[in-house]
Design a protein around this ligand. Structure first.
Ligand SMILES: CC(C)(COP(=O)(O)OP(=O)(O)OC[C@H]1O[C@@H](n2cnc3c(N)ncnc32)[C@H](O)[C@@H]1OP(=O)(O)O)[C@@H](O)C(=O)NCCC(=O)NCCS
Length: 437
């Protein structure tokens, strides 16, 4: 009997120990199969094309936060300005078709997304595990993460460079498995102090356990929503602030716990991960000012008020994308299939805002992308489902982004990528270069 959620969860648990479930590969074995070809590819590119020019460095790149500068390797996903994200070539609808869902659910589970990000392949379907070791449950609950880093431990003892990735993988999988328990504990401590955290259930996937531990296990729709959100938000190429921070810190050979904790601080800024909370705050104040029946003209007036006060319209614009974010569209489609969401005043306000905001932003004429990003809707759906503590929303994003950032850490070690060290210039030096150009 195959059981998809439990199967995927077992993939995570068994990936570390290397134990094999009958007729399946562990994640480590699957990686062992694909790494040599990638290493060869990198060697070939290096030896044959080291001097090939892939773009010019313009002044706008240097003073513009390296925007658009092609200067990083990032294996798991590529972001096209018009089409949006592809994970190893698969669009979000492709992933929704190909990757396993939880039992009774339709949305991608984070374990399948992690497998895809790591290996470039859809996960196999292993057998249902019959036991969940109590020590696994205990380990998941232990929050002293960096304290027992396998990589750090092995590095101190002395390991070969070619073995770095295996210890990194072990840490990354452990961290991903522990994050939901840690994140749920934070939620309980802050918003529901003194309550017991539910134990890990072997019948649930990672997100199913997460919502259960948060105290929303009975809300199947919220769980499905979080499966979709956590999977499709799992990676967005390497240049975004949190992913890049994980990569930069990881390039010093810091262990995955330290590298990802640094990424989480980058995620905490309002131009990045905090945007989902800002969108909700903004839509709620619009709702308060105009009521549930706001007309398109009312919303336009509110948008202009926001812009004229010198603020950005949260949930709109993007550093790379130049069309509506396919993640926004996927979340909208999720709403469209559920009558309660379609009837929700806050979701309707998000929709109506989408109908007018791009026009207003185009007329305003500043942003290069007047279209919505994923955060234009993400927090409002959580709000509708009763998860209303919006300062918590970025924590959920943090659980999700671990999938991509930690995948890249494994690949960076498998490919032996070097310490990141861009060259900085003073304005005087820059002007000299400009003069002689
Ligand atoms: C995401 C974001 C930070 C990208 O920044 P960026 O790459 O510098 O964007 P642009 O190149 O289009 O910015 C050009 C100008 O348009 C402005 N702009 C961009 N998005 C805007 C928005 N949603 N509302 C108002 N103005 C905006 C910028 O502030 C900038 O103004 P400036 O020239 O006075 O500095 C930006 O679009 C933004 O602040 N959006 C709102 C916050 C948000 O939703 N973040 C989540 C992103 S997933």
């Amino acid at each position: 009997m195959f059981h998809r959620a439990a199967a995927s969860k077992s993939l995570l648990r068994h990936a570390v120990s290397g134990r094999r479930l009958a007729s399946t590969k562990t994640l480590k074995e699957a990686l062992q199969e694909v790494i040599p070809a990638k290493q060869e590819q990198l060697k070939r590119i290096k030896s044959e094309h080291s001097q090939t020019v892939v773009g010019d460095v313009k002044v706008e790149n240097i003073i513009g936060g390296m925007r658009g500068l092609k200067s990083m390797l990032w294996e798991a996903s590529v972001l096209d300005p018009n089409e949006g994200i592809r994970f190893h070539g698969l669009t979000i609808p492709d992933c929704q078709k190909q990757l396993p869902a939880a039992p009774g659910g339709k949305e991608i589970i984070a374990e399948s997304m992690l497998w895809l990000l790591m290996t470039g392949k859809s996960p196999p379907k292993p057998r249902l595990p019959t036991t969940l070791h109590p020590m696994t449950q205990l380990g998941i609950g232990v929050a002293a993460l960096n304290h027992d880093s396998a990589f750090q431990n092995a590095y101190e003892k002395g390991i070969k460079k070619s073995d770095y990735w295996t210890y990194t993988l072990e840490d990354c999988i452990n961290l991903i498995a522990r994050l939901p328990a840690l994140a749920a504990r934070i939620y309980r401590n802050v918003y529901n102090p003194g309550t017991e955290l539910r134990g890990i259930s072997k019948d649930l996937d990672l997100v199913g356990n997460y919502t259960n531990m948060l105290g929303y296990g009975n809300n199947k729709d919220l769980t499905e929503y979080l499966r979709l959100y956590i999977s499709i938000h799992g990676d967005h190429e390497g240049g975004n602030a949190s992913a890049h921070t994980a990569h930069l810190v990881g390039s010093t050979l810091a262990d995955p716990y330290i590298s990802y904790s640094a990424a989480l601080f980058a995620l905490a800024g309002p131009l990045h991960g905090l945007a989902n909370q800002e969108v909700l705050r903004w839509q709620l104040s619009m709702q308060k000012a105009m009521g549930d029946k706001a007309s398109h003209d009312d919303i336009k007036a509110y948008l202009w008020k926001t812009l004229k006060s010198g603020q950005v319209v949260p949930g709109y614009g993007h550093g790379v994308l130049r069309k509506s974010d396919p993640r926004f569209i996927a979340l909208q489609e999720f709403c469209d299939t559920r009558p309660d969401l379609m009837a929700s005043p806050i979701i309707n306000l998000v929709k109506k805002t989408y109908e007018v905001a791009p026009g207003v932003l185009m007329e305003h004429g500043k942003t290069k992308n007047p279209w919505p990003n994923v955060d234009a809707t993400s927090g409002c759906v959580l709000y509708h489902y009763g998860l209303r503590e919006f300062k918590y929303y970025t924590v959920i994003f943090g659980v999700s982004r671990a999938l991509g950032a930690l995948t890249q850490l494994v690949w960076a070690r498998a490919l032996g990528l070097p310490l990141e060290r861009p060259k900085s210039l003073s304005m005087d030096v820059l002007e000299k270069i400009i003069e002689s150009a």
